[in-house]
Design a protein around this ligand. Structure first.
Ligand code: FES
Length: 175
């Protein structure tokens, strides 16, 4: 058999390169896209919408009640999970439809804050917080408990917007 003519050889080289390059792009493009997305965007989305924690009547006036904040759905780039526990909050009803709501995360180093019957207390380094959230004298926490946004719906349901804040700082700022 005669060797391919120079023009035909050139064409075959170009065609092979084009097909190889195309296949390479098909394989590499999704990986590049994935890397780009991971670097440039938040992949895990937790709800920023208010979360229903129950009817107003559930909360007796002036007695702090601890509630678990549960998101109906949390999604990331690949999966989604239902009924995810985001954290906990202390709710004190101060009037007919008025509330004080604090994150149960200690602003010192993040332990869970309890209520001892008179004030809030963190068992980890013994910080105490007044009913209205202020850090008590002697507390190692640099600020009081972190208040959480909340509202009461027209049909009398308390809703809390969950958030996490930087630990061990004097000012409250998002984590
Ligand atoms: S974590 Fe609460 S006082 Fe240190």
């Amino acid at each position: 058999m005669a060797p391919p003519k120079p023009d035909r050889r050139k064409f075959l080289k170009l065609a092979t390169s084009a097909v190889g390059g195309g296949l390479g792009l098909i394989v590499v493009a999704p990986a590049l896209r994935l890397l780009g997305e991971a670097a440039g965007s938040t992949t895990v989305k937790t709800p920023i919408d208010p979360i229903d924690v129950g009817a107003v009547e559930r909360f007796p006036v002036d007695t702090p009640i601890k509630v678990t904040i549960v998101a109906a759905e949390v999604t990331d780039a690949w999966t989604s999970a239902r009924d995810v526990v985001l954290g906990a909050a202390w709710v004190r009803r101060t009037g007919d439809k008025s509330f004080e709501v604090f994150s149960a995360v200690c602003p010192h180093l993040g332990c869970g804050v309890d209520f001892d019957g008179k004030q809030f207390a963190c068992p980890c380094h013994d910080s105490k917080f007044a009913l209205a959230g202020a850090a008590q004298p002697g507390a190692v926490a640099k600020r009081g408990l972190d208040s959480l946004e909340h509202d009461v719906t027209a049909d009398g349901r308390l809703r809390i917007t969950w958030a996490r804040f930087a630990l061990d700082t004097e000012e409250k700022r998002p984590a």
